[in-house]
Design a protein around this ligand. Structure first.
Ligand SMILES: Cc1cc2nc3c(=O)[nH]c(=O)nc-3n(C[C@H](O)[C@H](O)[C@H](O)COP(=O)(O)OP(=O)(O)OC[C@H]3O[C@@H](n4cnc5c(N)ncnc54)[C@H](O)[C@@H]3O)c2cc1C
Length: 411
């Protein structure tokens, strides 16, 4: 493992840093809560689109995509370096994260050249936003259990069903949709992938209000929605394999940057006075900080291992799952302990009045999501157990049974 940039990587880092210093929006202070607070409204989407457009014009959007589709042909390690340099401005990339990291790579791998040239540059420049229509009430961790149907109709397909937890569907222009096309086949074998215009007749997006008061994800209903066959990605009934491209990219992009809350917690404790003196002199606080510091350090070196393998042109394997697994529960523990230290004031959520600008309250409300999205803790443990440690596989009794013969409750 080598932690230093190669001369080429150092030159790339300098180029990225200089460009960001010259071009990043001056009216948004990255380290303050401003970006976080404004994520709720249209003004945030407008600011995000403007930054994305600027990046595309400068050749810094969707770095590892081919240049022909709006990218830069950068190496994976250059992409990681860019993300490190972009720092807190990365929040402005949030509306495009699913499009860039998951939908785009799937379109690149499976769409016709005409569609790639029509859609991808607009995605890269922020003109069009994409969402991922995978999860359903009956298909989350067990995605292959999904029930939304797509039925042949002349030169196209008619889609009926429901998706849920679709991030950004309320402001998306296009969606990547997986649907069941043959219920007579086993569950992984009767699925097909499509992309669709989110403004198609019959698509209804209903935002889901979260505990934080925000509504970042949605239910999406399909009633007789028509999708032309040329918007099919991959072969009919081969959608599971197509989805693996999307999901592999999802794990890579989530694993690459994981928030732990530790730097914020350490800074908070450095200033905090408890009844019996400075928080940093308190044995419970010290013990917890020491544990979290050790884990943070472990995560840092695991990410260096990933970077090192990317730098050598290798692809990080399933061990990449450990970052989100450790960081997700740590984020939740840290936010919870910070609020405990704040005592009765810990219930305040208004950034104007709460301690530390209510950042731990916001972290606490958001932290469960990071333990679910992109694979729950249990699913990540299964991946590590089976594919890293080589332990026996999970029991999958319905794997080879025709989907319409799988026993379900009430049937
Ligand atoms: C913030 C956020 C954003 C999201 N954005 C999107 C999006 O844009 N598009 C999209 O398609 N989806 C999205 N999702 C959905 C997400 O992918 C699913 O929530 C996730 O895959 C879990 O599925 P589920 O909610 O159906 O839970 P379930 O799969 O029903 O799981 C319920 C519980 O059972 C456990 N469990 C399930 N299977 C096993 C097993 N085999 N072994 C052990 N334990 C198991 C789980 O760990 C969990 O604790 C998002 C979710 C969140 C929280």
């Amino acid at each position: 493992m080598n932690f230093d940039d190669t001369p080429q990587e150092a030159a790339f880092r300098k180029q990225a840093r200089d460009w960001i210093a010259a071009n990043a929006p001056k009216d948004i202070e990255p380290a303050s809560g401003n970006i976080r607070q404004s994520q709720r409204g249209d003004s945030f989407i407008a600011a995000a689109k403007s930054w994305q457009k600027k990046k595309a014009e400068g050749g810094w959007a969707c770095l590892n995509w081919p240049k022909a589709y709006g990218g830069r042909d950068a190496t994976p390690i250059e992409k990681v370096i860019w993300q490190q340099e972009e720092g807190d401005y990365i929040r402005l990339s949030q509306p495009f994260r699913i499009g860039e990291g998951m939908c785009g790579p799937t379109v690149i791998a499976f769409a016709s050249e005409e569609h790639k040239r029509a859609r991808l540059p607009k995605l890269a420049s922020g003109e069009e936003i994409w969402c991922q229509l995978f999860s359903e009430p009956a298909g989350g961790s067990d995605l292959a259990g999904l029930r939304t149907r797509a039925e042949r109709d002349g030169a196209g397909w008619i889609v009926n069903g429901q998706k849920i937890w679709t991030s950004g569907a309320h402001y998306s222009d296009y969606g990547l949709l997986i649907a069941r096309t043959d219920p007579n086949l086993p569950k992984h074998k009767g699925l097909t992938m499509f992309f669709l215009d989110m403004k198609s007749p019959g698509v209804e997006v209903r935002p889901i209000k979260q505990a934080s008061g925000e509504a970042e994800f949605n239910e999406v209903y399909f009633t007789n929605v028509r999708i032309p066959d040329h918007q099919r990605l991959g072969e009919v009934n081969a959608g599971w394999n197509v989805s693996l491209t999307t999901l592999m990219n999802e794990r890579m992009s989530i694993g690459a940057r994981v928030a732990t809350g530790f730097p914020e917690m350490f800074e908070f404790c450095q200033q905090l006075m408890l009844e019996d003196g400075p928080a940093l002199d308190n044995p419970t606080v010290k013990s917890k900080l020491a544990t979290w510091a050790t884990r943070t350090s472990g995560l840092k070196y695991s990410s260096y291992r990933t970077m090192s393998s990317l730098s050598k042109g290798e692809r990080p394997g399933p061990e990449n799952s450990i970052g989100k697994l450790v960081a997700g529960s740590m984020l939740q523990d840290i936010a919870s302990f910070a609020m405990e230290l704040q005592g009765a004031a810990g219930v305040l959520t208004d950034p104007q009045h709460a301690e530390a600008a209510a950042q731990f309250q916001a972290m606490f409300l958001r932290s469960p999501a990071s333990r679910i999205a992109g694979g729950t803790d249990e699913i990540l443990r299964n991946i590590i157990a089976e594919r890293v440690l080589g332990l026996p596989g999970d029991i999958r009794v319905d794997k080879d049974v025709a989907f319409n013969k799988v026993a379900v409750k009430g049937k």
